[in-house]
Design a protein around this ligand. Structure first.
Ligand SMILES: [Zn+2]
Length: 475
C-alpha cells in the first residue's frame, strides 16, 4: 500500500543533521508536510526525491525552535509601526520560533487593556494579527488597578490564554490576597499564575531612603533591590502555592537565596517552576560600578544583576533541575530613548527597567552553557523548548516529534561569532552582550515548515507567524 506521504511527497526534507531532543541526540532525517513533522528516521533519502524542498543539514544540529515565554515586545504604534514585526524577526534570527508577550503598561497596550484582561486580549490579537514573523501568544499582566480581574480569569483561560502574570512590586502590583486568589482560580481551571517576586516593603523603603540621601544615580537601583527582598517574596509565593495546591511559575529568578525556596518547595510537592534569564547566567553586579550613568542604566533591570556566586548558582540550578527553563525578559529599551533619561538626571527609580534579549537567548545558553560544559545539549533543548512549551500549554511546540509543528532551527556548533548590536535585528540600539564571543550560530529557522531565516537571511513574508491559542498550562 502506498501512503499519502509517498504519493504526494513531503513539502520539505531535512537530511543528514543531528536531531536533538530533551532525551537524546541522533543523526536523523526529518520529513515535513502541511507544517507538521511527518517522519523522523535514520534515512529518508528516498522521500527526498519527491519533496518540494530538500535541505542538507550535514554538520549541523537540528533543534526544536526555542519557546521564549517572557518578552515585553511592544505592539505596533503609529510612530513605530514596525517594532513588533522587527522584534519577532529578531526572535527568528536568534532561533526562537514561539514567544509569549506580556501586555503590561509600556508595551503599547491601551488604558482599556489596563482595566480589563479580556479587553486586553482582544486588543492584543487585533493589533498583532498578520504582523509577526514567528508564532506567538499572550500572557496578560494582572494589574492592581484593574476593575475586576479575578472575575475575568475563567474567560481568559477559555480564550486559549491560560497564563497571566502578577507583580508583587511596582505601582501596578497586585495585593497579596488577590495574588493568592488568582493562583487558586487559575489552578482550578487548567491555568497557571506567573509571579514577579520582589518584596515591596523592603524595596520601597530602601528606594525612599536612597532618594532621601540624594543617591539618585542608576547604580543605586541594584543596591535597593536586594537578594533578600527577592528571596522573601519568593518564599511567600511558594507558601501561597502550597496552600492553594495550584501551579505557579516564578519569573526571572536571579539569586541563590530565592532558588533555595523554589527547590525546597518543589522537593516537598509544591507545583512550582522557575525560570532564569540569560543575563543572570552571564553578567554580574560589577556592571553597576560603571561611572557613566548612561552605561550603568543599560543594566537597570529588575531584579538587578547579582554577584558571581549567584551566576554560578543559576547554572547549577539549571543542571540540577531546580530551575526549569530560561526565558529572556526582553524589553526593547534604547540608549537613545528610554535609557537616555539617566543622562538627563532622572533618578534611578524612574528610569525604564529592562534590556533586550529576544535575539540572543540560544546564543548565550549554547555558548556559555553547552560549549563550556555547564549543561548538556539535551538539557539546553529541554530548558529552551520542551519544558517551556509543555508548562505553558503549547502542545504542538517544543519538540522534534511526529505530529508536532515543524518549528526547527539549523544550528552550526562549529561556528564562532562575536555578538555586536550592529549585527542584531531587534528594535533596541544595544545588547548587554556587546563584544562577547560565543560558540555556535543559527543558520536557518523554520516555523511550521516555512523558512523564516535561511542561511542567515530573512526570507519570510510579514505576518507568517500566528497567534497560538493554548491548552492546559501548569502541568
Ligand atoms: Zn519581565
Amino acid at each position: 500500500m502506498t501512503t499519502s506521504i509517498e504519493r504526494l511527497g513531503p513539502d520539505l526534507v531535512i537530511l543528514g543533521g543531528t536531531v536533538v531532543t530533551a532525551g537524546d541526540s541522533r543523526r536523523a532525517d526529518i520529513a515535513i508536510r502541511d507544517g507538521a513533522i511527518e517522519a523522523v528516521e535514520p534515512d529518508l533519502g528516498t522521500l527526498a526525491a519527491g519533496a518540494r524542498e530538500v535541505v542538507d543539514a550535514s554538520g549541523l544540529l537540528v533543534l526544536p525552535g526555542c519557546v521564549d515565554v517572557h518578552t515585553h515586545t511592544r505592539v505596533a504604534s503609529d510612530a513605530e509601526p514596525d517594532r513588533f514585526y522587527q522584534d519577532s524577526l529578531a526572535a527568528a534570527f536568534g532561533g526562537t520560533t514561539t514567544f509569549l508577550a506580556f501586555n503590561n503598561p509600556g508595551t503599547g497596550s491601551s488604558p482599556a487593556a489596563h482595566r480589563s484582561i479580556v479587553a486586553g486580549i482582544d486588543e492584543f490579537r487585533r493589533v498583532t494579527s498578520s504582523d509577526s514573523a514567528v508564532d506567538f501568544a499572550l500572557s496578560p499582566a494582572i494589574l492592581g488597578g484593574m476593575d475586576d480581574p479575578l472575575a475575568e480569569l475563567p474567560a481568559m483561560v477559555d480564550a486559549g490564554v491560560p497564563t497571566a502574570k502578577a507583580f508583587m512590586v511596582f505601582d501596578f502590583r497586585l495585593a497579596d490576597r488577590a495574588i493568592y486568589d488568582a493562583m487558586a482560580i487559575l489552578g482550578s481551571r487548567g491555568g497557571m499564575l506567573e509571579i514577579h517576586c520582589e518584596d515591596p516593603v523592603l524595596i520601597d523603603s530602601a528606594v525612599a531612603s536612597a532618594l532621601q540621601h540624594g543617591d539618585t544615580s542608576p547604580r543605586h537601583h541594584a543596591a535597593t533591590r536586594t537578594t533578600e527582598a527577592e528571596a522573601v517574596a519568593t518564599h511567600r509565593a511558594m507558601a501561597f502555592a502550597r496552600a492553594t495546591g495550584a501551579p505557579v511559575h516564578v519569573v526571572h529568578l536571579s539569586c541563590a537565596a530565592a532558588l533555595g525556596f523554589v527547590a525546597a518547595a518543589r522537593a516537598s510537592g509544591v507545583r512550582a517552576t522557575a525560570e532564569t534569564c540569560p543575563h543572570y547566567l552571564t553578567l554580574t553586579d560589577a556592571r553597576y560600578e560603571e561611572p557613566d550613568p548612561l552605561e550603568c542604566a543599560k543594566s537597570v533591570i529588575s531584579p538587578p544583576l547579582r554577584p558571581a556566586a549567584d551566576v554560578e548558582a543559576m547554572w547549577a540550578g539549571l543542571a540540577a533541575g531546580d530551575l526549569s527553563l530560561v526565558a529572556t525578559d526582553h524589553v526593547a529599551d534604547r540608549v537613545a530613548v528610554e535609557k537616555g533619561e539617566a543622562a538627563r538626571g532622572v533618578s534611578f527609580d524612574r528610569i525604564s527597567n529592562g534590556a533586550p534579549g529576544i535575539e540572543t537567548l540560544l546564543s548565550i545558553v549554547y555558548g556559555e552553557g553547552v560549549a563550556k560544559g555547564r549543561i548538556s545539549l539535551e538539557r539546553m533543548v529541554d530548558v529552551l523548548a520542551t519544558t517551556p512549551a509543555h508548562r505553558f500549554g503549547l502542545a504542538r511546540k517544543g519538540a522534534i516529534e511526529v505530529g508536532r509543528d515543524a518549528d526547527l532551527v539549523l544550528f552550526d556548533p562549529a561556528a564562532r561569532r562575536t555578538i555586536r548590536a550592529a549585527d542584531l535585528h531587534h528594535t533596541s540600539d544595544f545588547t548587554p552582550y556587546e563584544g562577547m564571543t560565543v560558540e555556535g550560530a543559527v543558520r536557518s529557522t523554520y516555523v511550521r515548515g516555512r523558512a523564516i531565516v535561511r542561511d542567515g537571511h530573512a526570507v519570510c513574508d510579514r505576518g507568517v507567524g500566528r497567534f497560538v491559542e493554548r491548552g492546559e498550562a501548569g502541568r
